[in-house]
Write a protein that binds this ligand. Structure first.
Ligand code: URA
Ligand code: SF4
Length: 205
């Protein structure tokens, strides 16, 4: 893939960036997707949250984290006393990728390839430049590795305060991983996500 680089305008205006991302052809994911899901939220947010990639609902509504994973994230943010309205929420990859179920029209989320994460990275860099957050929350391994390199392991370094250029970062589990946890582990997985979000929130004080 050529990557998103040549499609990213030299602008710190998120509306200009989001608009340009709609015609990105930096990798092959734009074609089957319905929408480009750019980040959303407060343009000058002090906290930025980065997920993996939009899901089915996000693709339909062109908004990040508005499906089941978003609902769980909202609950976790509320418990950690973080106002989502005051944050900026985005994803490492801006287009949904999926396979079709043999049994129907359901679109099943497919994890993005490393090459797609790399291709999309210039948009993420542009968003970080524009928002200039002081705290970045990395939701899951894809986001963490997009920012910190492929040797990063969530299981080892989640919840720790990390350096990310001028900002500080905290990596944690992806909300979808909490949703997928076995019944008897889900509450603990949720509480661990909240605990990591509290670490991130404490950096804003
Ligand atoms: N999962 C993500 O990583 N991002 C979304 O926007 C939705 C689900
Ligand atoms: Fe461009 Fe990213 Fe979409 Fe690929 S996923 S086409 S790099 S916006």
């Amino acid at each position: 893939f050529p990557g998103a680089g040549t499609f990213v305008p030299e602008s710190d205006d998120l509306r200009v960036l989001a608009d340009a991302a709609r015609s990105c052809r930096g990798c092959d994911l734009w074609e089957p997707a319905e929408n480009t899901v750019f980040g959303a939220g407060t343009p000058s947010a002090r906290m930025m949250l980065i997920g993996e990639q939009p899901g089915d609902q996000e693709d339909r509504r062109a908004q990040p984290f508005v499906g089941p994973a978003g609902a769980l994230l909202n609950r976790a943010l509320a418990q950690a006393d973080i106002d989502r309205e005051l944050t900026y929420v985005t994803n490492a990859v801006k287009h949904f990728t999926f396979t079709r179920s043999d049994r129907g029209p359901r679109r099943i989320h497919k994890k993005p390839l490393r090459s797609e994460v790399v291709a999309c990275h210039p948009w993420l860099e542009a968003e970080i430049r524009a928002v200039d957050p002081s705290v970045v929350v990395l939701l899951g391994a894809t986001a963490a590795q997009a920012m910190l390199g492929t040797s990063f392991r969530i299981g080892v370094d989640r919840g720790r305060v990390l350096e990310l250029g001028e900002a500080r970062a905290v990596a944690t589990a992806h909300p979808s991983a909490v949703l997928r946890a076995p019944d008897d582990e889900r509450d603990a997985a949720f509480d661990a996500l909240v605990a990591d979000l509290r670490v991130a929130a404490s950096l804003l004080e």
